[in-house]
Design a protein around this ligand. Structure first.
Ligand code: GAP
Length: 513
């Protein structure tokens, strides 16, 4: 097993062991690619959602929120293009009977070449030391240039074939690249076929009268169909945005990599309505703003990159992904799409209702253009969680597992620990809990030796441990221990709230944007 695979396995088991994520319906052997958030996971997920909502809605006076239904009139999905075009290209292996996404097989092939590039870079970095210039190396080293060219031509051919719906060429590409079934090594492939990802359901009591519905595959359409309602009732002037967070459903065929690709997941989306012709400028602005939001969490600038789409979705005139370095490599975390007036235009046509904006400055009606930012909440959870999980070797050669979550997102901000379970220390610790819980989620822990409790809170991601000891009885001071550095300070109980607030306040973090 590769180092990356080992790390990823640790992420999955840590998430279960510390009450972050459970397999759905586990007692019945689970449901594939469906997960439940446990007692700590639900708090981390909520904190990520709040961090996004604050940055997008509260901090923008021209963006408002909305919460629309999962079930929508079925014509919505005809108009949006999802009924006809929300497909994945699938291929089956005739020997193993396993089904794969053809584009993912090709992308994984390219990711392997990328790993080879990374290895060349690491070797050269070692050889040249401080004098190493990565940009120069990757643009001049013959082997790396060849690898990169192979990736570019492969992805470009795949995009063109998918765009032209030339599925025979996608199969030909898989065969030419000699791609084998990752599980069995067989190269005995069927033709590539399209498969619609929407989950169907029925509305109505009797089978004859039932109406066919879909579970929404994106939250965006709930925003589009309410565009005029919000604009009119909120007296919104262009440019303005509508944001929402909520569940979306996709019948993913390649559902693996834990919560990276789920069948039921949550999105955080914002549609920004603009004057036609200004889309290039707003697209750049939102790319920059969203990257800054990610960077404000301090998870390392080197772990993000943009990946511009070659194959554009049916609704877009430009699109990029913010990719994050997950334990299994760089993958899409968020999409930024310039969606033109496609959606509003389609809904106007299919509903027969005008969805136009009257621009007083220009004295005319038009259908606004839209730039969308769309991030998966679960994917963001995985980014934060996997980036935070580290194993450190300490000076005494022991190891500690620590979940270095950004303090603003941590489920519990502090754990209050009486040094011993007697002499009135638990009573003081509980008084501190009762006081701090008005402002923060805090935990009380009195079981086991204090060193073990520190380790438990480190693994849980709690940024502060506050220990009540015998000195507390005399001078009302406690020890505050910092999770990441393990530094300890003696502070007054009355100062605790302010010390914690400074480190966990959303404002402190968002100000870094
Ligand atoms: N409204 C545009 C839209 O839905 P998308 O690129 O299909 O665009 C946006 O999805 C984001 O939703 C992705 O960047 C990803 O973070 C998340 N996402 C998509 N499919 C997902 C899945 N099956 N499981 C978890 N997250 C998913």
């Amino acid at each position: 097993m590769s180092k990356q695979e080992v790390q990823f396995k640790k992420v999955v088991s840590h998430a279960k062991e510390y009450g972050y994520i459970f397999q759905s319906s586990e007692i019945y052997d689970g449901l594939s690619a469906v997960y439940d958030y446990a007692q700590n996971g639900v708090e981390l997920k909520k904190n990520i959602r709040d961090y996004w909502w604050k940055a997008m809605v509260q901090m923008h006076d021209n963006i408002v929120g909305i919460d629309t239904a999962i079930l929508m009139h079925p014509t919505t999905w005809k108009a949006s293009g999802h009924v006809d075009a929300f497909n994945d290209p699938l291929i089956d292996n005739k020997d193993s009977k396993k089904r794969y996404r053809a584009d993912v097989l090709i992308e994984d092939y390219c990711a392997k070449i990328e790993t080879k590039i990374d290895k060349e870079v690491a070797k050269a970095e070692k050889r040249f030391g401080d004098a190493f210039n990565k940009d120069e190396f990757v643009s001049t080293n013959a082997r790396v240039v060849n690898y990169q060219e192979k990736i570019n031509t492969t992805l470009s051919r795949m995009s063109k074939s998918l765009e032209k719906e030339d599925l025979a060429d996608v199969k030909a590409l898989i065969e030419e690249l000699d791609i084998a079934d990752p599980l069995t090594g067989s190269k005995n492939w069927t033709d590539v076929k399209q498969f619609n990802l929407m989950f169907g359901t029925k509305l109505g009591a009797s089978a004859e009268n039932a109406m066919d519905l879909y579970l929404r595959p994106e939250t965006a359409q709930g925003i589009f169909v309410n565009f005029l309602n919000v604009q009119k009732t909120g007296r919104m002037k262009i440019p303005f945005g509508i944001a929402q967070t909520g569940k979306a459903f996709r019948n993913e065929i390649v559902a693996r990599q834990f919560i990276f690709r789920m069948r039921e997941f949550e999105q955080m989306e914002m549609q920004f309505f603009i004057k036609p012709g200004t889309q290039a400028e707003w697209y750049e602005k939102w790319k920059e703003t969203r990257l800054k939001w990610h960077l404000s969490l301090g998870m390392g600038a080197e772990n993000y990159r943009f990946h511009d789409h070659e194959k554009l979705a049916h609704y877009a005139d430009a699109a990029t992904d913010i990719e994050f370095k997950f334990p299994f490599g760089f993958k899409e975390l968020e999409g930024i799409h310039s969606r033109t007036d496609f959606d509003l235009n389609q809904h106007e046509q299919f509903s027969g209702k005008k969805l136009q904006y009257f621009d007083y400055e220009e004295n005319k009606n038009y259908i606004p253009y839209v730039v969308e930012t769309s991030i998966g909440l679960d994917r963001m959870f995985l980014a934060v969680f996997s980036n935070a999980l580290v194993e450190e070797t300490l000076e005494n050669n022991t190891t500690r597992t620590v979940l270095k979550l950004p303090a603003v997102l941590a489920p519990n901000k502090a754990a209050i620990l009486p040094l011993v379970k007697k002499d009135g220390l638990p009573e003081i610790a509980k008084m501190i809990v009762d006081d701090l819980k008005w402002d923060f989620n805090v935990a009380y822990d009195e079981k086991d030796a204090v060193g073990r409790r520190y380790r438990r809170q480190d693994a849980n991601g709690t940024p502060f441990c506050i220990t009540v000891d015998h000195n507390t009885l005399e001078d009302n001071t406690v020890t505050i221990r910092y999770r990441d550095t393990m530094d300890q300070n003696r502070v007054k109980i009355e100062d605790l709230r302010e010390i914690i607030k400074q480190e966990v306040d959303v404002k402190t973090w968002l100000m870094k944007m």
